[in-house]
Ligand binder design. Structure first.
Ligand code: ADP
Ligand code: MG
Length: 253
């Protein structure tokens, strides 16, 4: 484990207690095979994601951001090392249990919004609640509140095709929050937006992170986002190169 991570963990009271981590990765590795030749994409990552913080994973294209987020988000499995999310060793779960864990505890926001085109903004936000078996009463309370929170109360009936990119991403943020996840993961959520819409989405994610006191991790290749984040994790060529935690002194490298 990296020295910064060890120091952070050792400040948690109670010697034998688990550190209070939203996610904890130890020695995580991942390879893809191209023509039977393994390509090492994540090369041994130790990382702690703090609960109720806004974290950015910053690195150039191809550095392994999506691969790493997919392992934290229980979308993909590691080839080695351990992954703990909300005190659960998710690398030890069966495929079914992993899907269930993901649906219950983790919300996702994607670069391409991934909204269902035939559903209205309202229905897109409601959809994960229907899948979860939420009652009509809960849906009727929660969906309008979320649309209001992301500033789209007046666009509830619009289809995604009748919304701007920034508005689509607002719908995706509301949808990600619908099941009250502990952790929200956003993979380059501003990459398909102009700089003004991107800045507004960044500010909205920050507001939602604080309002619901959740852990929020998003990836970016744009250094300008560092200002908005509590914690910045610098990744390059499948390795964490530095971690900067606001309020935790100087970066370690
Ligand atoms: P980033 O999100 O930082 O752009 P990725 O995690 O998508 O990086 O990819 C990291 C590296 O892994 C890249 O070199 C990419 O080409 C490679 N890669 C990603 N997915 C696959 C895959 N399914 N098969 C083979 N190589 C992959
Ligand atoms: Mg990516």
């Amino acid at each position: 484990m990296r020295s910064t991570e060890r120091e952070f963990i050792s400040t948690v009271p109670g010697r034998d207690e688990q550190p209070e981590a939203m996610a904890l990765l130890c020695g995580v590795q991942k390879s893809y095979f191209l023509d039977d030749v393994p390509v090492h994409v994540i090369k041994g990552v130790d990382l702690l994601i703090r609960p109720a913080h806004f974290t950015v994973l910053l690195g150039p294209s191809g550095s392994g951001k999506t691969t790493l987020l997919n392992m934290i988000g229980c979308i993909d499995r590691t080839d080695g090392g351990t992954v703990q999310v909300a005190a659960c060793r998710v690398d030890q779960l069966s495929d079914d249990a992993l899907s269930d864990f993901r649906a219950r505890h983790i919300g996702f926001i994607f670069q391409n919004f991934n909204l269902l085109p035939v559903l209205s903004a309202y229905e897109n936000v409601e959809y994960p609640l229907i899948l979860a078996g939420a009652s009509a009463r809960i849906r009727g309370e929660r969906v309008p509140r979320l649309l209001e929170a992301v500033g789209l109360a007046d666009k509830a009936r619009n289809l995604p095709g009748q919304l701007s990119g920034g508005q689509r991403q607002r719908v995706a943020i509301a949808r990600a929050l619908a099941r009250k996840p502990k952790l929200v993961i956003a993979d380059e959520p501003t990459a398909n937006l102009d700089s003004r819409a991107g800045a507004s989405i960044l500010a909205l994610m920050r507001r939602m992170q604080k309002r619901y006191r959740i852990s929020f991790i998003f990836s970016s290749h744009d250094r300008d986002v560092i200002r908005a984040a509590d914690d910045t994790i610098f990744i390059k060529d499948g390795l964490i190169r530095a971690i900067r935690r606001k309020g935790a002194g100087a970066p370690d490298r």
